[in-house]
Design a protein around this ligand. Structure first.
Ligand code: NAD
Ligand code: LMR
Length: 328
């Protein structure tokens, strides 16, 4: 039997937490032979802690053979102690009358504190995925607040956007999702993201050629994927949860277990590739092997793509400037 992996999850009693924890404990994220210890963080408020207790009771009632232990706490330093993987889901939601800037600043405080706690107590190889919005900038803040950890191990979730784009493409092209390769979502997890299927193919056939409909790309595909989160909030009265949890599982599974040469999208600190300034937390095409990701290089960037990539970059730069004073 393998040694258990310690997985920290914040916002564990929230919607995404409820869709995420049971799948992690059943082995869907790290494999059916990999025991896990769940280290769950919630706010100190009585209601949040009671809800967390209920989730832990349900986890217990599943009698998962791979669940080797559980910790429930309101202290980040307890939740992140020796964590190998940290899923930062909990975040301050946007309240009535709150501007995006207010949301950024409120979350900046949370992710500064959680980055510092990770820096202090997590495994030196901890892999961090930030789900809580604004995901890219929260991940950037956590990374900057954890100077002793590997910057490249802080990532933001673009995988839900990637999966949304896959399904839209599959529907348009009339091919199974699983046959589509080489799709990218560049940039920010926000409506400015750029889902790019210029290189995508299914069974060796270029989807750009088979779809051959640039108007569909610009007028339907890009806005549908970009505004999907808002469309789900409109329909459900709540933001996406099961699909977000599913994307988090996909992101970590691929990062840890590898993509077998296939491309996926991860929000990662730029290494300067494709003219994206160093350190910006940006959606890139990557492949993963042996627990490491590598940016897919040497892709041709046409004028339209460059314009879209710059547009989403400008938004990220603006968010970064908005929190710069908090990061010293
Ligand atoms: P939710 O409100 O149902 O749950 C969030 C939980 O986090 C709550 O239980 C809350 O008590 C807890 N929490 C808040 N601040 C915390 C903190 N500092 N420490 C620990 N716990 C804290 O929300 P949800 O639907 O689960 O969504 C969580 C986040 O994920 C939101 O920010 C949402 O916008 C974001 N989201 C991101 C994506 C993506 O693709 N990146 C997709 C969907 C949702
Ligand atoms: C999503 O993409 O579904 C969420 O990020 C939307 C949101 O604002 O919570």
């Amino acid at each position: 039997m393998k040694n258990p992996v310690r997985v920290a999850v914040t916002g564990a009693a929230g919607q995404i937490g409820y869709s995420l924890l049971f799948r992690i404990a059943s082995g869907e994220m790290l494999g059916k032979d990999q025991p896990v210890i769940l280290q769950m963080l919630e706010l100190p408020m009585e209601k949040a802690q009671a809800a967390l207790k209920g989730v832990m009771m349900e986890l217990e009632d599943c009698a998962f053979p791979l669940l080797a232990g559980m910790v429930g706490t309101d202290d980040p330093e307890v939740a992140f102690k020796d964590a190998d993987i940290a899923l930062l889901v909990g975040a301050r939601p946007r309240g009535p009358g709150m501007e995006r800037k207010d949301l950024l600043l409120e979350n900046a405080k949370i992710f500064t504190a959680q980055g510092a706690a990770l820096n202090k107590v997590a495994s030196r190889d901890v892999k961090v995925l930030v789900v809580g919005n604004p995901a890219n900038t929260n991940a950037y803040i956590a990374m900057k607040s954890a100077p002793d950890l590997k910057a490249r191990n802080f990532t933001a979730m673009l995988r839900l956007d990637h999966n949304r784009a896959l399904s839209q493409l599959a529907g348009k092209a009339g091919v199974p999702v699983k046959n589509i390769e080489k799709l990218i979502v560049w940039g920010n997890h926000s409506p400015t993201m750029y889902p790019d299927y210029r290189f995508a193919h299914a069974d060796g056939v270029s989807l750009k050629d088979s779809i051959n409909d640039e108007a569909w790309n610009r007028d339907t595909f890009l806005p549908t994927v970009g505004k999907r989160g808002a469309a789900i909030i409109e329909a459900r009265g709540l933001s996406s949860a099961a699909s977000a949890a599913n994307a988090a599982i996909d992101h970590i599974r691929d990062w840890v277990l590898g993509t077998d040469g296939k491309w996926t999208t991860m929000g990662i600190p730029s290494d300067g590739s494709y003219g994206i300034p160093m350190g910006v937390m940006y959606g890139f095409p990557v492949t993963c092997q042996d627990g490491e990701y590598t940016i897919v290089q040497d892709l041709d960037i046409d004028e339209f793509s460059r314009e879209r990539m710059n547009h989403t970059l400008a938004e990220l730069e603006e968010e970064r400037q908005g929190v710069a004073h908090l990061l010293g």
